[in-house]
Design a protein around this ligand. Sequence first.
Ligand code: GLU
Length: 353
Amino acid sequence: MKRLASILAAALLILISHIALGQKPNVYILATGGTIAGTGASSTGTAYSAGQVAIQTLIDAVPQIQDIVQVRGEQVVNIGSQDMSDEVWLRLVERINELVQDPDIDGIVVTHGTDTMEETALFLDLTVQTSKPVVLTGAMRPSTALSADGPLNLFNAVVVAASQDSRDRGVMVAMNGQVHAAAQVIKMHTTSVESFASPNAGPLGTVLNGKVNYQTAPGHAPLHFDVSGLRTLPKVGIIYSHSGINADMANAMLGAGYQGIVHAGVGNGNIHKAIFHVLDKARANGIIVVRSSRVPTGPTTLENEVDDEAHQFVASQWLNPQKARVLLILSLTCTHDWQQIQEYFNTISTIHI
Ligand code: GLU
């Protein structure tokens, strides 16, 4: 009788733990590499190689994750994000759009190098279609460093991805205890763990003690581009302006197959007279020219010092050059009409105009 009671008690315990397990949200991690998966020879130095550690090692390094969610993961690539490519972007969006259809998956985390995280975040924000949270995270210090920031960033990203409050907020970046919108976030520092910020709008919220707190209302990107079936993306490059610039590089872009050029101008997207005529020629050749600015904050506005209407240039509004490039690539998958493309840039910036 005593034995039967203990067997029943054990069975009950298993049942309860299964029910408890079933209540945990399911988070799926897609790993792409970066410093979070990096290793260095020294725990105090800054030299290391990105993209060395595989996804399961990352998950195992943060056992606290298993207390709050059921987690599964897969390695998409294992690269430093300086090597991010259109091909990986297309693979990622395809996989995420597939995973979010699964009713058993509540949220997605993408681990990513920090160098181009802001670009991938915006690309996914404009191409993934789901109300489920999709959260990018990474690390500024390799996994072998003293005070590596990767484990807590990964834990926090999982917290964000698992939270009901994170639904209908599009793609986000969770770094250093803050949550940022894909369209706003930029990498602000080359080495600090406090590297990501949304200087024009502020963060969406914070993550602390295993809980995410939003200071903003939910909201999706106001644009969506369907890239399913695409194997390549339109070629778009950036010209970085500076005093004393000459036309050599701008000229080299003409005839090199570019469908779009983003000009990282000075001030409010201003263009040196040495290359103005090359950009006019680009327009005459059907290339879309977007004026953005190398100044880190503030918008590049229409019709300021440049007559955009006359030159058929597009003003990037609140997108910096690398983010403007992402929107221009996606715009060119469906139109070459500069006015329609200006509308896209206006639309994505609506909240600020
Ligand atoms: N350059 C590497 C990358 O972006 C490492 C930088 C980082 O992840 O912080 O993947």
